[in-house]
Write a new protein. Structure first.
Length: 200
């Protein structure tokens, strides 16, 4: 008499019952000590871009209102470049007036893109006064600060290969003419620069 075949049958049957018991134990279980449940997470990863403007080394304090609007005060300025400037503001004079500048740091940060660099540009808000638009200056250094276009399509390029989370030093300021008569410049100046970031 061969007892080996019934024994194999019992082992196979036990394995089937154990497997079936494990399947039944998903989430709920009775007369057992272990149960398992699974959790599938759902999320959509998106690209993200930020641009911050901060006080440059030794520059006038840049204020951040927390909504992407930044500001810096130059205090009192004049076409002769005389008097005491605000802390962090530099002044240089020429035959036509005085240019007041301060360094700032522009930092683009981005993630999730195929490209690893970005193009940063700057133009100014055309809604400010004509004196403000004429006064606006921006550049890679105080000496190189130039007029800024008031049209987005003509924006000056700050960097064509900006790295994420790497600060770019820029110099912003105002030029005040020393003219009198019809060309005089007095009163409030509030040019507004608009920096843009486009990931390459």
């Amino acid at each position: 008499m061969n007892f080996q075949t019934p024994a194999r049958f019992l082992v196979i049957l036990a394995a089937i019952l154990v497997s079936a018991g494990q399947a039944w134990a998903q989430g709920t279980c009775s007369n057992c000590s272990t149960v398992g449940s699974n959790l599938t997470l759902s999320a959509t990863a998106e690209t993200a871009v930020t641009l911050t403007i901060a006080t440059g080394s030794g520059g006038a304090s840049v204020m951040d209102d927390g909504s992407g609007a930044f500001s810096v005060s130059f205090g009192n300025v004049n076409g002769l470049g005389i008097g005491t400037t605000s802390a962090g503001v530099n002044v240089s004079t020429s035959g036509s007036g005085a240019t007041y500048t301060t360094p700032i740091t522009v930092t683009p940060t981005f993630s999730g893109f195929t490209g690893t660099t970005a193009t940063v540009k700057v133009y100014q808000d055309s809604g400010t006064s004509s004196d403000s638009q004429t006064a606006a200056r921006e550049g890679s250094s105080a000496v190189n600060a130039v007029s800024v276009p008031s049209v987005a399509g003509s924006a000056n390029t700050v960097s064509a290969s900006a790295a994420s989370d790497s600060g770019i030093t820029r110099h912003v300021g105002v030029f005040v003419s020393n003219a009198n008569g019809g060309g005089k410049v007095v009163g409030s100046l509030a040019p507004k620069f608009i920096y843009t970031v486009t990931v390459n």
